[in-house]
Design a protein around this ligand. Structure first.
Ligand SMILES: *Cc1c(COP(=O)(O)O)cnc(C)c1O
Length: 367
């Protein structure tokens, strides 16, 4: 049996009539940027995240950068984040002339370890940027407490966490602002590039609106130097079709995660528990696997695709050496890269496929 990590083709075939209609309507209007679909999506996404403001932009990377810049992060500032993330989190900080300060993760969910944040604060620290990795919320309560004590802002990198909740509140509204990505593989993805910033701060929202479109304050007038980071109408139309069904798709992911949890019980795999108050969105189903590399090959030979985000953590990437990050001591992060394994989990995979994966894992370990 073939089990891809995700089945985006099956999703497209299922949604094709609505997608073609939505895209045709957007193209026929020839109003292709920041038009009615973007406005409607912003409202719908704000509602989904239970926030006051949502502002579309060009990508998740841009969303991180615009959120930080609108929050006042600039040259010489320090932003505390993690090494266990996609490089875009670090790039957003560096592009603003700020310095990323990396702290280690906790070993269960691989999120920022709040106990390590306070010692990393200096007089230059401006913001804390946790990443809700794989769709499991970071400990925002503890992080906000530290931020409040030191007068810092918490900006969520929620690029992997559409729909996750903490104490009944959706991510996106848990800090001063949040960044989402609509890259096609994400739990809400478009067919090009797209991103969104969410916030309950009207001033911050206004600054993001200016920044994303060259600081346009009116026809021919520019209030600030900004960026070309406009969300386009075709992507917004595509996203609206998917957002209308997202609760079903989140429920499918949850169901698959429960199947895995049940069937992988008793194997040497460590499946992170969902702690009270935390609701995973299962953008990715991650486990820690002893003999990981042998298991990956074994599954591959049986038609099962897996992933290992992140094989080389950010601080070990040649790209960041010049920012002084190579000297970071992040033992939990480094250990995570040895054991991390992402198993297929996607609304368009069948129960049979999930059960087959679990069965092959059991066979590999002989349990
Ligand atoms: C995907 C991702 C981004 C960047 O999003 P793009 O839309 O690809 O620019 C940033 N941070 C994290 C944690 C991501 O997973």
């Amino acid at each position: 049996m073939e089990v891809p990590l995700m089945d985006l083709k099956a999703e497209y075939q299922d949604l094709r009539p609505q997608m073609l209609e939505a895209m045709d309507q957007a193209l026929s209007s020839m109003q292709l940027f920041l038009g009615p679909n973007v406005q409607a999506l912003e409202q719908e996404f704000a509602q989904f995240c239970e926030v006051q403001h949502a502002i579309g932009c060009g990508s998740g990377t841009d969303a991180c950068q615009l959120a930080l810049e609108a929050a006042g992060v600039g040259p010489g500032d320090e932003v505390i984040t993690v090494g266990w993330t996609f490089i875009a989190t670090i790039a957003a900080i560096v592009h603003l002339g700020a310095q990323p300060v990396l702290v280690d993760i906790e070993p269960t969910h691989f999120n920022m370890d709040p106990a390590l944040v306070e010692p990393a604060i200096t007089s230059k620290t401006r913001a804390i940027m946790p990443v809700h990795i794989y769709g499991y919320p970071a400990d925002m309560g503890a992080l906000q407490k530290i931020a409040d004590k030191h007068g810092l802002l918490v900006i969520e990198d929620a690029c992997q966490a559409h729909g996750a909740t903490l104490e009944g509140k959706r991510v996106g509204g848990l800090g001063a602002a949040a960044a989402f990505s609509f890259y096609l593989s994400k739990a809400l993805g478009c067919y090009g590039e797209g991103g969104m910033i969410t916030t309950n701060d009207a001033g911050l929202a206004e600054r993001v609106r200016l920044l994303r479109n060259h600081g346009y304050t009116g026809k021919y007038d520019h209030g600030t130097i900004g960026y070309n980071s406009r969300l386009d109408e075709v992507q917004a139309a595509v996203l609206r079709v998917k957002l209308a069904r997202i609760e079903d798709s989140l429920a499918r992911r949850r169901h698959q995660a429960e199947l895995y949890r049940e069937r992988l019980n008793g194997t040497p795999l460590f499946v992170p528990p969902e702690e009270p108050g935390y609701r995973h969105c299962f953008y990715m189903f991650h486990v820690r696997a002893p003999q990981r590399d042998e298991l990956v090959t074994y599954l591959q030979e049986r038609g099962i695709s897996t992933a290992q985000h992140y094989v080389h953590p950010v601080h070990q990437q040649p790209a960041v050496a010049r920012y002084g990050l190579a000297e970071c001591h992040l033992p939990v992060t480094e250990h995570a890269s040895q054991e991390i394994l992402i198993l297929p989990c996607h609304p368009y995979l069948s129960d049979e496929q999930i059960l087959y994966v679990a069965e092959q894992v059991r066979e590999f370990y002989g349990v």
